[in-house]
Design a protein around this ligand. Sequence first.
Ligand SMILES: *[C@@H]1O[C@H](CO)[C@@H](O)[C@H](O)[C@H]1NC(C)=O
Ligand SMILES: *[C@@H]1O[C@H](CO)[C@@H](O)[C@H](O)[C@H]1NC(C)=O
Ligand SMILES: *[C@@H]1O[C@H](CO)[C@@H](O)[C@H](O)[C@H]1NC(C)=O
Ligand SMILES: *[C@@H]1O[C@H](CO)[C@@H](O)[C@H](O)[C@H]1NC(C)=O
Ligand SMILES: *[C@@H]1O[C@H](CO)[C@@H](O)[C@H](O)[C@H]1NC(C)=O
Ligand SMILES: *[C@@H]1O[C@H](CO)[C@@H](O)[C@H](O)[C@H]1NC(C)=O
Ligand SMILES: *[C@@H]1O[C@H](CO)[C@@H](O)[C@H](O)[C@H]1NC(C)=O
Ligand SMILES: *[C@@H]1O[C@H](CO)[C@@H](O)[C@H](O)[C@H]1NC(C)=O
Ligand SMILES: *[C@@H]1O[C@H](CO)[C@@H](O)[C@H](O)[C@H]1NC(C)=O
Ligand SMILES: *[C@@H]1O[C@H](CO)[C@@H](O)[C@H](O)[C@H]1NC(C)=O
Ligand SMILES: *[C@@H]1O[C@H](CO)[C@@H](O)[C@H](O)[C@H]1NC(C)=O
Ligand SMILES: CC(=O)N[C@H]1CO[C@H](CO)[C@@H](O)[C@@H]1O
Length: 625
Amino acid sequence: MIITPLLVSKSNGDARTEIIKMYCAGDLHNNQTLFISNFISAMQTISTEMQTSHFATTVVGYGPDTNYVLTQCYGDLSSQDCILCYAQIRTFFPNCYPRKGGRIYLDGCFVRLQNYSFFEEYTGPNDTTICGNTTRKSILFQQSAMHAVINVVKGALRNNDYFAREEMMVSDPNNSVYVLAECWKTLSLSSCRACLENASRSITTCLPWSEGRVLNTGCFMRYSNTNFLNPVTRSSSDRGMIISIVASVVSSAMVIIVALMIVLYVKKCRNIQHKRKGSYDVKKLAKILNDSNLHFKYSTINKATGYWHESNKLGQGGFGIVYKGVLADGREIAVKRLFFNYKFKAVDFYNEVNIISSLEHKNLVRLLGCNCSGPESILIYEYMPNKSLDFFIFDEIKGKEIGWEKRVEIIIGVAEGLGYLHNNTKHRIIHRDIKAPNILLDLRLRPKIADFGLARSFQDGKSHISTGIVGTLGYMAPEYLAHGQLTEKADVYSFGILILEVVTGMESNRSKTTEYNDSLLSTAWKHFKQGTVEEIFDPNLMMHTYPNINFKNDAIKVVHVALLCTQEAPSLRPTMSAALKMLEKDEDPLPAPSNPPFINETNMELYITQRSMDNCDDDDSIQLL
Ligand SMILES: *[C@@H]1O[C@H](CO)[C@@H](O)[C@H](O)[C@H]1NC(C)=O
Ligand SMILES: *[C@@H]1O[C@H](CO)[C@@H](O)[C@H](O)[C@H]1NC(C)=O
Ligand SMILES: *[C@@H]1O[C@H](CO)[C@@H](O)[C@H](O)[C@H]1NC(C)=O
Ligand SMILES: *[C@@H]1O[C@H](CO)[C@@H](O)[C@H](O)[C@H]1NC(C)=O
Ligand SMILES: *[C@@H]1O[C@H](CO)[C@@H](O)[C@H](O)[C@H]1NC(C)=O
Ligand SMILES: *[C@@H]1O[C@H](CO)[C@@H](O)[C@H](O)[C@H]1NC(C)=O
Ligand SMILES: *[C@@H]1O[C@H](CO)[C@@H](O)[C@H](O)[C@H]1NC(C)=O
Ligand SMILES: *[C@@H]1O[C@H](CO)[C@@H](O)[C@H](O)[C@H]1NC(C)=O
Ligand SMILES: *[C@@H]1O[C@H](CO)[C@@H](O)[C@H](O)[C@H]1NC(C)=O
Ligand SMILES: *[C@@H]1O[C@H](CO)[C@@H](O)[C@H](O)[C@H]1NC(C)=O
Ligand SMILES: *[C@@H]1O[C@H](CO)[C@@H](O)[C@H](O)[C@H]1NC(C)=O
Ligand SMILES: CC(=O)N[C@H]1CO[C@H](CO)[C@@H](O)[C@@H]1O
């Protein structure tokens, strides 16, 4: 896959992205999970189609949470302007949530989403006429306008695309009239006629004023004394506005990105009012962010990502998309765009951003900025060109590119980053989701821990916080999994698993078929006890580093540390700083590890389901998955 960031310079057309009217549907979604996933998939289909077309419809799902979507750009927009206008729609549309859809009329395009098939509707109670009444026009203008409206209706019904434009130029420029009319392409000819005839009757009630618009269920019409129409050419190539500036080759498996997604998932809980110590109120936090250099204008981000151009998409997770962007000064960024802006939990979001932004360490991905006051919640991070650790170590070919020394460097880097999080004086932070896809690699393959979305700072004096389970099975500490008890030692456990992956090149995953007893951890434990650890070393390492005598001993020691980190009793696991010392220094002999946990996986799943249901009154009313 070639990623080609776009710089979109000023168009010589006008995308007419002003929002004229937005209605949100009256219905609340029925099943949030279902609705959101249908919405995301519907918008994805539409977004793809709108890259090349002026019109798209889709139907996703079934039952009361089905998404029926229609989008259309008006006929005089160039392809590029259509993309820009659609980008505006895409940005504003989630604001209807949790209403189940709605309509937005822009001056250049239209969108509608409902949970039933509305594609043939052309009239309804929300049909609106909006008159711009700034200037009262002459009789001559009024006559021209009437005439133009009649022509435009005829024209639209004649044209296959249901679009027509009309310019009435009279000798006196003060009396020129410009008109546009368009039906949605899903209508039959007779429905389109009925819609436009109603619209033309409605619009003439705006006379003698200089401006009128009709927003009907099935069509749009506008007249004006100023020329809002775009030049007649509809070719996009002649605009020459797409400048490819970078073309970097990126493979298709972009696992990082999925990991990069921050997902805001709001639990419907009884006790949502929970106030965390140290939370500020929204306004204060918004102000802090606004005053800091974290402040990014929405329009800047729009430009950097080529108006969220498809080709800049790095990946997509459950609830958000990550884009690559290039700022005006050439800096590359990764932009996380959350699908929904849960304004009512803004305190948590700002709090999160505030904490994250206060962190600075060479082994943590830096948050460069955010925009939470715009229509969407957006986070901006530094861009990591070499994706994530899993991309290398689990790949037979790419695995050869990081030898033993590099792997040790990476392990130590992660330990330093985690140690910094745990040892932070202002906020002790537990990452909660340490795993290979969350370890990003910079230009020189130095590790950077990503996705602090799961991080929760917790106050001194509490031994652990009880919390809804979030994280990735296979990396989760048993006490956390079973009882939701979260301490730094849960991160230490995940770190131990990560080490084993780096040494063996095997993925510690949750598998339905294999018992927990066959897990990577128990396999390592078994071999460690039998003194046959080298049997599980990554073949890539064996091939390249075996001549190095120290390799075997080093690697056994690293596995030893991993087993200390993954002991069943949290109190026996070392702190991150102790683990770091063990990895860096050779002097002291390491203590023998005690048993790792062996849990019956079937029971584990029961636990999780139960806990996620019981856990409403804990502090996690926003979960970042
Ligand atoms: C009309 O708009 C209102 C609110 O703006 C909304 O509640 C209602 O569902 C809409 N009706 C239709 C048919 O879209
Ligand atoms: C919502 O839909 C999902 C997916 O079909 C299902 O697993 C879940 O049980 C549903 N929730 C409710 C409350 O119906
Ligand atoms: C649309 O959603 C509403 C509210 O959830 C529901 O009552 C209605 O039956 C749904 N319509 C269809 C066609 O499923
Ligand atoms: C102009 O429009 C405004 C609001 O749209 C309305 O309140 C006002 O009465 C109108 N003026 C005239 C002269 O129609
Ligand atoms: C056009 O209108 C402006 C202001 O409404 C007026 O000053 C000007 O004289 C008009 N031009 C003509 C040719 O009538
Ligand atoms: C246009 O249709 C709407 C909805 O049926 C109706 O309320 C309105 O009176 C019609 N307007 C005209 C001018 O016929
Ligand atoms: C944000 O900062 C700008 C100046 O940098 C200021 O004009 C604006 O009022 C601030 N907005 C808020 C919400 O504090
Ligand atoms: C977000 O973007 C909007 C629109 O560009 C801007 O007005 C606002 O100040 C930005 N907010 C922050 C926190 O940067
Ligand atoms: C993890 O899953 C992959 C593919 O699903 C499989 O090839 C691999 O063996 C699994 N790893 C472990 C340790 O079970
Ligand atoms: C954690 O803090 C203690 C005391 O402030 C310090 O001695 C230790 O080196 C720190 N550990 C790390 C990993 O920064
Ligand atoms: C795991 O637990 C389930 C249910 O309690 C039980 O049926 C199953 O035999 C157990 N498996 C093992 C390996 O203990
Ligand atoms: C090992 C590897 O793939 N390194 C790459 C890291 O990213 C830089 C910049 O994209 C490439 O030049 C390296 O080849």
